[in-house]
Design a protein around this ligand. Structure first.
Ligand code: ZN
Ligand code: ZN
Length: 256
């Protein structure tokens, strides 16, 4: 296995209620594909204080079991692959301190930021829903920059999740602002393989055109929600075409 991801830091588990398969199946798929590092980054739990129960993420109470299960598997497979344990997290100020305390207590290896919401999911809006509202893209960019300034997140997952369909000039201005801030903080931007395979609005050429011009580093992320997602070579090649098309500065691994 030569031409494929060397490291993937974006994968989920069944605990988020919209991913399938066992952790072992994910790990064995990654080994089969020749990946040397595989990071689980399931959706971070949120400490809701109003009784709300999410149907897209584990609970705070489940997190210790998630980490312990993966620690055991990391040990079991250590001669074949390096397993890392992380979370994909929104930066939401109301949850941030409690989440960071949990991350420290559990000894999690890394966090990636996936800004699906900038307020709680029970308030919304979802970043990926189509909008012509300038305020939304501005708030998305503001919240990503503010979150990244904490230094807690290693990369930005699907930076082009915001689905702004208004004026091109507004999109250009806001996304260039995002890219420049990420460059200044040396934060890589993810090209999301799941979005590509499902023909979502990301990864988008209009975004990576801007990232190319700004000079950001980019990294591929499988965003696996099923073991098959790890073995999709065609989607890897499509994303590598995007890298070529925009002469992007691709990195192959992170220092964790
Ligand atoms: Zn998910
Ligand atoms: Zn994800």
């Amino acid at each position: 296995m030569s031409d494929f991801l060397k490291a993937n830091y974006h994968a989920h588990t069944y605990r988020c209620l919209h991913a399938v398969g066992t952790e072992r199946e994910y790990i064995e798929a990654a080994i089969e594909m020749g990946e040397e590092t595989f990071g689980f980054s399931d959706h971070i739990p949120c400490p809701f204080h109003d009784g709300y129960v999410s149907n897209i993420r584990m609970t705070m109470q489940q997190a210790p079991e998630y980490v312990q299960t993966l620690r055991k598997l990391a040990q079991e497979y250590k001669d074949d692959i390096r397993i890392l344990i992380g979370f994909e997290a929104e930066y939401i100020p109301a949850f941030y301190n409690e989440q960071m305390q949990m991350v420290r207590d559990l000894g999690v290896d890394y966090l990636i930021m996936g800004q699906h919401f900038w307020t709680s999911e029970n308030i919304g809006p979802y970043s990926g829903s189509p909008t012509k509202d300038e305020e939304r893209i501005r708030l998305y960019v503001d919240s990503v920059i503010e979150g990244m300034q904490t230094g807690s997140y290693t990369y930005l997952a699907h930076p082009d999740l915001i689905n702004y369909q208004g004026m091109d000039s507004v999109y250009e201005f806001e996304m260039e602002r995002l890219c420049r801030a990420m460059l200044a903080m040396d934060i890589p931007l993810e090209i999301n393989l799941l979005g590509q395979s499902e023909k979502r609005h990301y990864p988008s050429d209009r975004f990576f055109e801007i990232a190319s011009r700004v000079g950001n580093r980019v990294i591929l992320g499988q965003d696996a929600h099923a073991p098959e997602h790890i073995k999709n070579r065609a989607v890897y090649e499509e994303c590598m075409d995007l890298v070529q098309r925009h002469s992007l500065n691709l990195i192959h691994e992170l220092k964790i």
